[in-house]
Design a protein around this ligand. Structure first.
Ligand code: SAM
Length: 238
């Protein structure tokens, strides 16, 4: 018989993962931004801006951020496309999405990144920030990102990745103890235990690049940040 422990978001797949992840982000939404800044030493905004520069967006362009959460990727996207451009954000956790509303002028949609409610080739750029690790079907989400990009449109994503060598050893300790400790301090131990556990189960940076290529992206590349713990990937739709 399945126990409650088996239903934790890092221990389930498919529909159970979808529900567990949605519930978890809905619960942690009020403290998400603060903990994000603490855990990244406030670097996350700089990484997002660097990812948006990779998209080479011009004023008037159309950009979509999948798994947009509280909207922090939408801000540099809006800056890049200007007031005449289109910025859309999609997430399935309403409490996260609600926090994006006052931050940025963007179309916000409640929906699933594995089944994106836009026509093919609708966007000049698609981004995903710390989202792909959480989706129940990674190939479906990458496929949807590629599908809604126009030929020549650009993709960029940021997510946690496994770090190697001495930096990997130090980060592993920090991840396993400090992140759950922060979670406990903020009263959400399970949600923050999810971060290291989901990272260790996620594809590595090379595998993610291969999946992006298999989905029809070309000029795929990646760069590791934050002592190798964060990976920025990019690619162009064929
Ligand atoms: C770690 S947060 C990242 C939020 C935001 N992108 C950022 O950079 O801060 C992950 C987000 O992905 C969303 N998410 C996870 N799986 C999803 C799915 N299948 N469809 C839509 N959103 C999803 C969660 O609700 C959550 O808001």
């Amino acid at each position: 018989m399945a126990t409650q422990a088996d239903k934790r978001p890092w221990a389930v797949e498919g529909e159970e993962k979808r529900q567990a992840v949605k519930g978890m982000f809905s619960e942690i939404a009020p403290t998400y931004d603060l903990l994000n800044s603490l855990m990244s030493c406030r670097m996350h905004r700089r990484w997002r801006s660097a990812a948006v520069r990779r998209l080479s967006l011009s004023p008037g362009a159309r950009a979509l951020d999948l798994c947009c959460g509280t909207g922090d990727f939408l801000i540099p996207l809006r800056r890049a496309v200007g007031t005449e451009g289109t910025v859309a954000g999609l997430d399935f956790a309403e409490p996260m999405l609600r926090l994006a509303v006052p931050k940025v002028k963007a179309g916000l949609l409640l929906g699933d990144a594995c089944l994106v409610p836009f026509a093919s080739a609708s966007f000049d750029a698609v981004t995903v920030g710390w989202g792909l690790r959480n989706v129940p079907d990674l190939n479906a989400a990458i496929g949807e990102a590629a599908r809604v990009l126009r030929p020549g449109g650009r993709f960029a994503c940021l997510d946690m990745t496994r770090s190697k060598g001495w930096a990997g050893w130090v980060s592993d300790k920090a991840f396993r103890f400090l992140v759950p400790l922060l979670g406990r301090l903020f009263g959400k131990p399970e949600a923050y235990a999810y971060l290291p556990k989901s990272t260790s189960r996620f594809v590595d940076a090379v595998e993610l690049a291969q999946l992006l290529e298999a989905a029809g992206l070309t000029s795929v590349g990646f760069r590791k940040l934050y002592f190798g713990n964060v990976a920025m990937h990019w690619g162009t739709k064929r």
